[in-house]
Design a protein around this ligand. Structure first.
Ligand SMILES: [Zn+2]
Length: 179
């Protein structure tokens, strides 16, 4: 993946959006050929239409890695006090909420490049996403959950190891001496 070659929002999203360029063509997104230049407004609405919240490829990879490690989970579980939001991967018994955040929408510090058009609007828009993420984290922690935020660029194996270690700690807390 060559981030620096993205010249505008269209090519950036083409290259970076997790659901583009993979085999899954079932979601009605932009899946045929590279995007053509568009007017700012049209471009923006096209990008907005491209938002895909569920079952992104990085999310599927994380799920299969956790499954391989013997962890069982529910997907897209509603956030307890905010049911319109969902937990990407929820290990319910251990109360671990795993989110697989896309680099663009969640403003990854390594890979975020704002589209060249409508920068102010994008700055605002992505800011609202980040604010909602932090709010979701707070709600979950207040309800006794542990929150793990993974980036779509994270190595899936170490991400799995991180979740598994946390799961062991929460399900089998080390207790060396019984009273
Ligand atoms: Zn990233």
């Amino acid at each position: 993946m060559v981030w620096s070659s993205a010249r505008d929002a269209g090519s950036y999203l083409w290259m970076s959006h997790p659901s583009v360029g993979v085999e899954d063509h079932s979601v009605g997104m932009v899946t045929t050929g590279p995007p053509t230049p568009a007017a700012p407004g049209a471009e923006r609405s096209r990008i907005m239409r491209g938002i895909r919240r569920f079952d992104t490829r990085p999310e599927l990879l994380v799920r299969s890695e956790l499954h391989r490690r013997g962890l069982r989970f529910r997907v897209h579980l509603p956030v307890p006090p905010a049911p319109r939001r969902t937990i990407d991967v929820a290990l319910t018994r251990a109360r671990i909420a795993v989110f697989v955040d896309g680099c663009f929408w969640h403003s990854c510090p390594e890979h975020l490049h704002l589209p060249s058009n409508n920068r102010d609007w994008w700055h605002w828009k992505l800011g609202t996403v980040t604010a909602r993420d932090r709010d979701t984290d707070g709600l979950l922690r207040a309800a006794g959950w542990s929150v793990v935020r993974l980036w779509e660029h994270d190595d899936v194996e170490s991400a799995g190891a991180r979740v598994e270690e946390l799961w062991r700690r929460r399900c089998h807390p080390p207790s060396t001496s019984a009273p």
